[in-house]
Design a protein around this ligand. Sequence first.
Ligand code: SIN
Ligand code: FE2
Length: 235
Amino acid sequence: MERRVCPRRRMMGTRRKNENSLELLFSDAELPARREIAEQAFLLRGFALSAETALLFALREVNAKSPFRHMITPGGYRMSVAMTNSGLLGWITDRSGYRYDAIDPERGQPWPAMPESFRALASRSAAEAGFPNFHPDACLINRYEPGTKLSLHQDKDERDFSQPIVSVSLGIPATFLFGGEHRSDKTQRIQLRHGDIVVWGGSARLRYHGVATLKEAEHPLLGRMRINLTFRKAG
Ligand code: SIN
Ligand code: FE2
């Protein structure tokens, strides 16, 4: 059954600043679809849901060609988050550093092409957040299990900081940490669920961000797993 909200309650909803108190009053379906989390940074609640089936199908195809793997940091640590890529360029890390490469080092061949469903959703999301004409050439795919995390970092291995970052969450929930321009700046904690998208660019492009240690959970389609698709114009 579809729930209806009277226009006045909708207005009240969009005016409220604190999302937690909002959640007490309204169901998810009634939350504002686009929430500004910082200047030029937006949370698009549930924006990937309509593409869910196509995204999961495409994800399986990418993984069949270039499977998830645990990369090694320049300092010699194995990352707890497993990664793969699709698109012309893929983000990699090994003992010699972080970089983008057109070749999957595990296969010695190019990364799988960026699926059309990925590309279309990334462009639509960027436009919704005020960044039209976003044409990503890289999609980093992260796979988290309960107990894993991603430390605070800046996305700064790309050539062109005028293009935004589009980050799609699928599977079990996570707490996204969104900070400032300095590592020591205070971070906001944003609860991300299956289908949520965060877009940041412009003055927010180099903000520190990360993912807190995931809690034990199970998703009906993805099991004990969170998948994040991060779209960038890297080259
Ligand atoms: C990233 O910063 O690469 C991923 C962020 C996320 O998993 O939400
Ligand atoms: Fe990142």
